[in-house]
Ligand binder design. Structure first.
Ligand code: PMP
Length: 343
């Protein structure tokens, strides 16, 4: 029963409904929302439920629009999940470090405790027994990042299933990097598990981090809770239009992903040949986790040459590691030329 997991105050809310949607096609004069009457292309509030965009995403993903929530980045979906399910001071979330930092940031902002069950060293796969042993009635959310940031690996589908089956709260599979992976999306598990939420984003493979558009896929019931708590106009009109345009040119996105994957392989080979590179972790994402002899030295050396990577060497289980995003062929070439000269 999902309803029993939701905070009581959320259950009492009703979703925002706009007169614009209610009277669509039935009225011509809208004097209800204190908008400017002067046509600018943007003088009206945008569609609060983004139906046109959801229909296009529905076609792409093979899932009905009623199972989709759109957020101001997937970061907004993460924040709303905390607010829907976690009672501050009483409930907690479970995360599997090393992982994406925003789960903890959102929990900290909401005054919700965080329990950490580290991924297994080396394989970076979850310890299912340890997670389920830690879970109780106050474990409202479990965040599984697959492919995981910053390690780059996907979480094995069998383990995602076991966790979703055994976890008493909501399991959130964050698939921000899924389009760079050969692994199938957990979206296909939605009909089986009512406690599953899958997150994706336009920020990575779609190349649209600037428009801030994230997606959550879940049961109609869970999407209903998102709609109760979201700000009425969380996706602006420019974003809705830009996303629709991009979805219309899907081949361009696919070609870019293909090129990026080629560059990822090249970069893996390049970096593997460097004497100070101790380990290049396999990646299902658009970045590589690289263990080096002197991470801080290399980081500063690259900064001096105008190249910024991410120093993850102080993150538990990522000791000695840099996280390097795959760039254009020219950018990767420049990185490589700089690294070859490092002593
Ligand atoms: N999840 C993961 C795993 C990420 O790495 C990121 C961004 N770095 C996000 C979510 C946030 O994505 P968005 O831009 O959609 O808020």
């Amino acid at each position: 029963m999902i309803q029993n997991l939701v905070r009581p105050n959320i259950n009492r809310l009703t979703p925002y409904s706009s007169a614009r949607s209610e009277f669509k096609g039935k009225a011509e004069v809208f004097l209800d929302a204190n908008e400017s009457p002067y046509e600018t292309g943007y003088n009206r509030y945008p569609d609060p439920l983004q139906w046109k965009l959801k229909q296009a995403i529905s076609t792409l993903k093979g899932i009905a629009p009623e199972h989709i929530f759109l957020g101001n980045g997937s970061d907004e979906a993460i924040d709303l999940l905390l607010r829907i399910f976690c009672e501050p001071g009483a409930d907690h979330i479970i995360i599997l470090p090393p992982t994406y930092g925003m789960y903890r940031v959102s929990a900290d902002i909401s005054n919700v405790a965080v329990k950490e069950i580290p991924l297994r060293p080396g394989s970076f796969q979850p310890d299912v027994e340890a997670v389920l042993a830690e879970a109780d009635a106050h474990s409202k959310l479990l965040f599984i990042c697959s492919p995981n940031n910053p390690t780059g690996n996907s979480i094995r589908p069998g383990l995602i299933r076991e966790l979703t089956k055994g976890f008493p709260g909501i399991v959130v599979v964050d698939e921000a990097y899924i389009d760079f992976s050969a692994q199938e999306s957990a979206i296909r598990l939605l009909p089986e598990y009512s406690n599953l939420v899958v997150l994706q984003t336009f920020s990575k493979a779609w190349g649209m981090a600037g428009i801030r558009l994230g997606m959550a896929f879940a049961s109609e019931e869970i999407i209903g809770y998102f709609n109760k708590v979201k700000p009425p106009y969380n996706i602006n009109q420019l974003t809705q239009e830009a996303a629709l345009k991009a979805l219309d040119k899907q081949e361009a996105q696919e070609a870019q992903v293909k090129q990026l994957l080629g560059q990822r392989t090249l970069l893996q080979q390049y970096l593997g040949g460097l004497p100070f590179a101790e380990r290049i972790y396999p990646s299902d994402a658009n970045f590589l986790l690289v263990k080096v002899e002197d991470p801080t030295g290399i980081y500063n050396y690259l900064v001096d040459r105008g190249i910024i990577v991410r120093d993850r060497s102080r993150v538990t289980l990522c000791e000695g590691c840099l996280r390097i995003t795959v760039g254009t062929p020219e950018e990767n070439e420049r990185l490589f030329r700089a690294l070859v000269e490092f002593e």
